[in-house]
Design a protein around this ligand. Sequence first.
Ligand code: GAR
Length: 190
Amino acid sequence: RKRAAILISGRGSNMLALIEAAEDAHYPVEIAGVISDKADAGGLETARGHGIPAVAVPRGDYASKADHEHALQAELARLDPDIVCLAGFMRLLSAEFLEPWKGRIINIHPSLLPKYKGLDTHERAIEARDTVHGCSVHHVTAGMDDGPVIMQAEVPVLPDDTPETLAARVLAEEHRMYPLALAELARSAN
Ligand code: GAR
């Protein structure tokens, strides 16, 4: 099986979807470990509860973005993954950081990219009166929520939706789609 490392910043529900998919021995990826840039990320305990090593590498522990990225890179080197999955990791990674992971680092974002990069995607879809919204898994490049799309899933926007009800509908699709997209990438990579 291919090895994946997961980078998180928060609750880690997408991380958990990947961990649970990988608990099936037939899934083509095993989860090598989880790294958070927030010491208090709920996902750290969730990962450990599933027997997955999980560490925090907080930005505040380092003098510069470059030092922080070196520390993240060192943790990744220890996990030695084939693929890196960003799952609610809310930090832009530099081109230098991404270089060794080209084609092997992916992200999930709660919009139909290229629409609504950044934050508050559900609110923006409602405001724009979109009737269709969704989520995307894409290759990570130095641009925010940029890079070639691997897979997308659509959900309807209903007349009574609030950002919260819409987010919940999209999140269910995220949890379904991210394991599919990771498996597809793992099977296509050599
Ligand atoms: C998810 O909805 C994910 O798509 C989004 O943050 C949430 C994290 O939730 N990511 C982004 O907005 C990236 N730009 P989770 O920690 O429960 O997976």
